[in-house]
Design a protein around this ligand. Structure first.
Ligand SMILES: Nc1c(NC[C@H](O)[C@H](O)[C@H](O)CO)[nH]c(=O)[nH]c1=O
Ligand SMILES: CC(=O)[C@@H](O)COP(=O)(O)O
Length: 134
């Protein structure tokens, strides 16, 4: 059974816990073992946490979950671009799939609930699909 790791940001923790619940269910359905669940302060810390997981021989893929909320400045947009770009680069560096389930940037509170489970599911499904097609 393939093992993956999940990195989660602590912004909007309750909603991210719902994303984790969905990710666990999809992983089980796709016969993926979750070898690690790593909580980090925010999205800026996700690339390092994902890289630590991808360096592990027992982990063949990873998932990043979290929420980048709408702020008053461009901080969230800049962060979103940088983080997602880094996660894609890590995928190519290690040749291991990284599913990105990060809501936003610029998401409003009312936009979060309908996206938590679909985004988490899509991130795990993407990793499972890439592993299956390897
Ligand atoms: N505003 C959000 C953040 N900001 C925190 C950063 O990700 C980081 O933890 C901080 O800059 C210290 O290095 N993170 C999110 O994931 N979502 C946000 O909305
Ligand atoms: C997306 C964020 O960083 C948010 O939490 C705060 O943003 P801002 O400083 O633009 O209000």
């Amino acid at each position: 059974m393939n093992s993956i790791g999940i990195v989660l940001g602590r912004f909007h923790t309750k909603e991210v816990e719902e994303m984790l619940d969905e990710a666990r269910a999809v992983a089980a359905r796709r016969q993926l073992r979750i070898a690690a669940e790593v909580w980090v302060p925010g999205s800026m810390e996700k690339p390092l946490a994902i890289k630590r997981l991808l360096r592990r021989d027992d982990i063949v893929g990873a998932v990043a979950l979290g929420i980048i909320e709408r702020g008053e400045t461009e901080h969230g947009n800049v962060m979103g671009h940088a983080v997602i770009s880094s996660l894609i680069n890590l995928q190519l560096e290690f040749m291991k799939p990284v599913g990105v389930g990060i809501l936003g940037p610029g998401i409003n509170p009312s936009q979060i609930p309908p996206r938590t489970r679909p985004y988490a599911a899509a991130a795990v499904e993407a990793v499972a699909d890439l592993l299956a097609s390897a």
